[in-house]
Design a protein around this ligand. Sequence first.
Ligand code: DCP
Ligand code: MG
Length: 404
Amino acid sequence: MNQIIIHVDMDAFYASIEIRDHPELKGLPLIIGSLPSERGVVATCSYEARKFGVHSAMNIKEAYRLCPSGIYRRPNMEKYRAISSQIREIWKSYTPLVETVAFDEAYLDVTDQVNNFEDARKIGLEIKEKIKQKTGLSCSVGIAYCKTAAKTASEEDKPNGFFEIPTPKDFIDLIIDRDVRVLHTVGQATAKKLYSYGIKTVRDVRENSETVINLFGKQGQLIVNFAFGIDERKVIPYRPEDAKSISREVTFQQDVTNYDLLKDILVLLSLCVEKRAKQHGLSGNGITLKITYADMKGITRSKRIFASNSAALIWKEAVKLLDKVDKRPVRLIGVGIHDLSIDENRQVSVADILSNDTENRDKEISHLLMKLENRYGLNFTENLEKIYKADTLHKTVEYMRKHF
Ligand code: DCP
Ligand code: MG
């Protein structure tokens, strides 16, 4: 199988966007995520902050301990999403085979677009250039004969990187004496187990392939294949309907014991889910309620529904599920729909997306919103567009918690 794959990954994505829009932040350790006074984690941080040991998914308190002089900002997801679609447009102009793996990261299969590696290099450089021109942001590009090597290549020279791994031999030469963690799919837990068997490097994996397969089965086979430079996975173009679920959740600054308050908050979360689903023209065939209790124990409860993206229905079903769970203090609550299908009845149009759909919002949800308005003295109906934004949602929920 001869493939030429380009992997593109934006550099310090959220942080770079904020620095672009607020040049005074340039050169400073910038941490995007929760604020140190809150509960939560780091989403990402600038390369200056990484020097302090701060990284994605780190507890924000730990980040603050390492980097008290850092600048802490909440993310602005709407903005990042818009930039993400700008970037996706650029990717798609080179090949229809674009597999978006994250907001800021994709594999592009350019096998049919080029005659040789040389051509692919031109495309890779051009993509970097275009992204820079259009968004003012830098990315790292890796080009290789397979997906996993392409991803390794894009990490190799970060930030603003450009790196090529044309053949399996090049790949193996590069990684053979590195830690097993260099192989994608080897996470922390897998690595720990491998170490305990004395398997520390890629070379060790190659020399102990049977052990690795015995230990990890199918995943083990994948690890061994990667260690031999073999990866035949194809680039699978992302379609929104392949998304596994659409969900929204909030973490409280203080644990919530009042389940009526949780029901009110579910109104807002359900509306957010409805909005996102409608944007993509998707319906769910199941709904899920997610709770993390104060002791960090998490539960999810699901129920089948008939293809819907109605906030009122999502809310009603979520409340039924909530009624059945243990009534212990809650740290996080979320609701989502899964098992998605294309909403046949409703072609999404730009007008739909842009419309302030107060008129066609169903009566039930309007009624619920009125009740919330009376209870909390906030004008939810007027401010719904804002509430959809993560930051405002979070603030609104905190306000509700304090004023219940
Ligand atoms: N992100 C997040 N939570 C995580 C990891 C990432 O919210 N645990 C978000 C913030 C990142 C974006 O996704 O900006 C892209 O993730 P990357 O892992 O690609 O990280 P960055 O682009 O920030 O940095 P890098 O330069 O290492 O790619
Ligand atoms: Mg990135």
